[in-house]
Design a protein around this ligand. Structure first.
Ligand code: AMP
Ligand code: ZN
Length: 467
């Protein structure tokens, strides 16, 4: 089955057909770097990393862009509170973000456009939208005229008349329509600003992405991704801008001129509650990847289908840890069997190609680890080699099992404890060799008391910490 993707705009799962199979393009809205990312922010980069890994199997060139928003009111506020330049704040949190992404095995995108590097392109695009008659300048601002774009609302399924009836947006005196949104706005004296034909100022949030997409990837792109909260207004506005910058002639049916597929991940909750500062349940990715291996976090993030909500809780983390222990256990037990050079099995591909069904894909990994265990018990090394090769190929697409199995299973153990365990294991091996079973059992009890699980295999005993 070819890859199928659920397209938010058409509200259906469709086969993926890139505009140009020799050059597939993908854009995902990236972080606004004013603070550490929370665990919800980690869901899009992990999900789309799996998609990119999958696309790269089929297409010779996949160009993936994920932006960094480094101009924003929240950044300005943080910089002025700390009394430091804006660049210091953005550099600090971008570096932290990239470090955390690395721990999650998220491969760096091919292009990471920063808004501050694209101001001239943004100014040009705003000028083109004005020339097309779809935006107007007023009191140092430039606003997009939503009434000029008949398809406004198509992505989010909103109708402009309904929106106006239930308007809760800021009504500024310079707006013709309450839903007109900002493309350019003036900056205060202490805020960053750039020259433009409409006065010194800075871009609105939505225009950044449409200008950077056009500059870095060219239109139309194949896939545009992000969290479900971005459908409206961010992505709705991106389409309007991206289409109208190229004139109004065909703009009522011009969605395909911007992005061919829209993908949105569902939201993550914590212990069944929305994450929020007021509830005090905001979990920072930066803390989580210090407290546990990044792969546990990644596995947990992929354990629900990306379009579904995902609840983050202790049971999820425990299951994720256990799942990875089991897979690493199979790799470790078969350490002496060379993996065959084979691809992922058909059932795995069927799952991931079905709109990234990662929970289904994980089931294939468990089946392969059971095959390895069975083969090891039966001494059937040919089938072990095959299953191991397939497991490694699947893991490369999901971006897991990238650590050394022995190191994983031994976990975060102090050097003293490691030395003690090694000595006990040697004594136990001698006791067993001498058939001194009471002594062997006594040693096993001591290991148990140290929270160590011993696994006997054909190559001797291995161990890991419990739980
Ligand atoms: P932001 O920095 O708020 O613009 O968010 C960065 C990315 O994280 C966007 O794609 C958001 O849609 C996504 N996101 C934010 N909060 C959550 C959440 N709780 N669950 C899943 N995705 C989220
Ligand atoms: Zn964006």
């Amino acid at each position: 089955m070819p890859l199928h993707i659920h397209d938010t705009l058409r509200r259906e799962k469709r086969p993926f057909e890139p505009r140009d199979p020799s050059r597939v393009t993908l854009y995902v809205c990236g972080p606004t770097v004013y603070d550490y990312a929370h665990i919800g922010n980690a869901r899009p980069p992990v999900v789309f990393d799996v998609l990119v890994r999958l696309l790269r199997r089929t297409y010779p060139q996949v160009i993936y862009a994920r932006n960094v928003t480094d101009v924003d009111d929240k950044i300005n506020q943080k910089a002025s509170r700390e009394g430091v330049p804006i660049g210091e704040v953005t550099a600090r949190y971008e570096a932290a973000y990239l470090e955390d992404m690395k721990r999650l095995n998220v491969s760096p995108p091919d292009i990471t456009p920063h808004v501050t590097d694209y101001i001239p392109a943004i100014v040009d695009q705003i000028g083109a939208i004005i020339d097309a008659g779809c935006a107007y300048a007023a009191e140092g601002h430039v606003l997009f005229d939503v009434s000029s774009y008949p398809s406004y609302g198509a992505l989010s399924g909103r109708n402009l008349d309904d929106m106006i009836a239930g308007a809760r947006v800021e009504v500024a005196p310079y707006k013709k329509n309450p839903h007109d949104f900002v493309l350019w706005k003036p900056s205060k004296a202490d805020e960053p600003s750039w020259p433009s034909p409409w006065g010194e100022g800075r871009p609105g949030w939505h225009i950044e992405c449409s200008a950077m997409i056009e500059q870095t990837l060219g239109l139309p792109i194949d896939i545009h991704g992000g969290g479900i909260d971005l459908v409206f207004p961010h992505h709705e506005n991106e389409i309007a801008q991206g289409v109208c910058a190229h004139g109004c002639a065909t703009k009522d049916q011009a969605h395909d001129e911007y992005a061919r597929y829209w993908m949105h991940n569902g939201f993550l909750t914590v212990d069944a509650e929305k994450m929020s500062k007021s509830v005090g349940n905001v979990l920072l990715l930066h803390d989580l990847v210090q407290a546990m291996p990044g792969e546990v976090v990644r596995w947990a993030l992929l354990s629900a289908h990306y379009r579904q909500p995902l609840d983050w809780n202790q049971a999820l983390l425990d299951q994720s840890r256990k799942a990875l222990d089991r897979l690493y256990g199979a790799l470790h037990r078969s350490a002496d069997v060379q993996a065959a050079e084979v691809g992922p099995p058909a059932d795995f591909l069927k799952s991931v190609e079905d709109d990234l069904n990662t929970p289904g894909a994980m089931a294939s990994l468990f089946a392969l680890s059971s095959e390895i265990e069975r083969g090891m018990t039966a001494g059937d090394h040919a089938s072990v080699a095959e299953a191991k090769g397939r497991l490694i190929a699947c893991a490369a697409i999901l971006g897991v099992l990238q650590s050394d199995p022995a190191a994983w299973l031994e976990g975060q153990v102090s050097d003293d404890l490691r030395a003690e365990v090694e000595v006990l294991l040697e004594q136990r091996a001698s006791a067993r060799a001498a058939k001194d079973w009471p002594e062997a059992d006594r040693i096993r009890d001591r290991l148990n008391a140290l929270n160590v699980v011993v696994m006997d295999g054909p190559q001797g005993a291995t161990w890991r910490m419990k739980g």
